[in-house]
Design a protein. Sequence first.
Length: 256
Amino acid sequence: MQQFDFGFAGATARGGSHHYQQLTRAWGYLRQRARSEAEAAALDAEYERQLAEGPRYHRGSEFIDVPRINYDRNFLAKVLFVARAIERGSYKVRAKGKHGGALGRSALAVLEVLINIARARQGRVAPGYDALAAIGRMNRQTVITAINVLEMMGLVTVIRRIKRVRTALGFKIVQATNAFDIHPPELAGARRPDDAARGRPGFVGLGRLAAALWATSESKNSAAPKGLSSSLSKRTGAGAASTGLGALFERERSRA
């Protein structure tokens, strides 16, 4: 079969990936059938643009519609209660010079926004970072950091989504807005049980530890282990118990 070289012979060598091979194949096929020089030039420009962009989606993303999460009023109230209890408890034992507790003011604000969206949209939560920043009146990077904290503490699961869009060279896979599952720490990892296998056990256990340290004293309904705080108090004395709990949490967070 005759081979055509349109001046981009080395293009696939940039990544050597399936993405670049498919892109070059589509470009070559369509350019052979271009009806005018203007159409060919437009294809060339689109080809170069997509080569420069590269694959625009995160590893582990899924072709998935926005899932409907549990938006029961009492369930979401429990999540917010646990988050606030963790923040209050960890704030009392924070390290010298540290501002805020384990979550921080921004993470709590973002969690409240996500909960309000879940209530308003019947459990379908997929706002973009820019939308969250506008609603929460904070910058985009602050929102991203807050989401990472909420995920690490087991209060939110980020569901990365991708979609296909039509371009001049055919369909292209791009990143869609993330969806968010909201849950108390004891349910962290239920959607993605392979987190520990990915080397991210802290994303499953750190929030449970925080809830055990600070949320159980405020709620009898928490599923976190009982007796941890009282046993530590007996060994170290009531005055040093809170400091010991804070040190325990910080040690575990550094390992996550």
